[in-house]
Design a protein around this ligand. Structure first.
Ligand SMILES: [Fe+2]
Length: 278
């Protein structure tokens, strides 16, 4: 993989305050091009060894905590377990995900330098549990029809980091390349195969980076598959957009990100969603 750098200047009247920002991108120019055109990029085994193990341990701890007061499949929407705001809940997630350059730098390559953490989520799929298929959908469904002249479609860069192998048996992800560039209705309840769809499988530790408007769905684990499947979702958005997982630090609600505030530099405040718009 050939890293490269991009330099961005923010067009403002205050050059001293906004010098050019150079981003060292943990991906090749070809990979960024693929992400732009297809709407997604698979990087196999992006997380390996001790780090992968550390994330699994943290995921299991957060999962055990959640299972103490709820059952998988009880939440609204999809089957399995869905836990938000991971960086406020476990120190390993705060340390690892807050400045995870392989994902952060790629988000900055396509969104510009001023990004915030939009969401940090754990999704666990369980063997034998019903209703774990996820229908075709895209995120950020806020686009008026007809689209007004000055409307800008909001974009989140989602990173799906699989902590277990993503296989035909464990319940793969299905994407429809290029759909992040079209703007049309996608009715709910559609689980059908579509021409051009790609069934994505990859080994544990792999990361799928995607545009929030990309059409995608997830299949249930095969009935004979015996292991749970753990997935981290790390989303980035431009810092002037509303986050779905608002970090505790914004209102000092007692979560782990509160600890970042006393020594927060500008980048930290941006990632928390506290700075970068004016
Ligand atoms: Fe999704």
């Amino acid at each position: 993989m050939q890293k490269h750098s991009l330099s961005f200047r923010i067009r403002s009247n205050t050059v001293d305050r906004d010098p050019p920002r150079v981003i060292e991108i943990d991906a090749s120019p070809e990979e960024i091009e693929r992400l732009k055109q297809d709407g997604y990029l698979v990087r196999e085994r992006l997380v390996q060894g001790e780090l992968l193990e550390e994330l699994r341990v943290a995921a299991d701890a957060v999962e055990a905590d959640a299972l103490a007061h709820s059952k998988p499949g009880e939440g609204k929407g999809f089957g399995g377990l869905f836990i938000r705001s991971l960086i406020d809940k476990h120190p390993a997630f705060l340390e690892t995900l807050f400045r995870f350059e392989p994902c952060l730098s790629v988000a900055r390559a396509v969104l510009g330098p001023q990004v915030q953490i939009h969401a940090t989520v754990l999704r666990v799929a369980y063997p034998g549990l019903q209703n774990q298929d996820v229908e075709w959908h895209f995120h950020q469904r806020v686009v008026p029809d007809p689209e007004p002249a000055w409307f800008h479609r909001p974009v989140v860069v989602d990173n799906l980091i699989y902590l277990d192998d993503l296989t035909e048996a464990s319940g793969p992800l299905v994407v429809l390349p290029g759909t992040h560039l079209v703007n049309q209705d996608l009715p709910s309840g559609d689980f059908s195969d579509k021409p051009g769809q790609v069934v994505v499988t990859c080994p544990a530790g792999s990361c799928i980076t995607s545009h929030s408007s990309l059409w995608h769905r997830a299949l249930s684990p095969h009935p004979n598959h015996q292991q749970k499947r753990r997935l981290l979702i790390l989303g980035y958005s431009p810092v002037w957009q509303k986050q779905i997982d608002r970090p505790s630090a914004i209102h000092r609600e007692g979560g782990l990100t509160d600890s970042l505030l006393p020594n927060a530099d500008r980048e930290t405040r941006e990632l928390l969603g506290l700075e970068g718009y004016y």
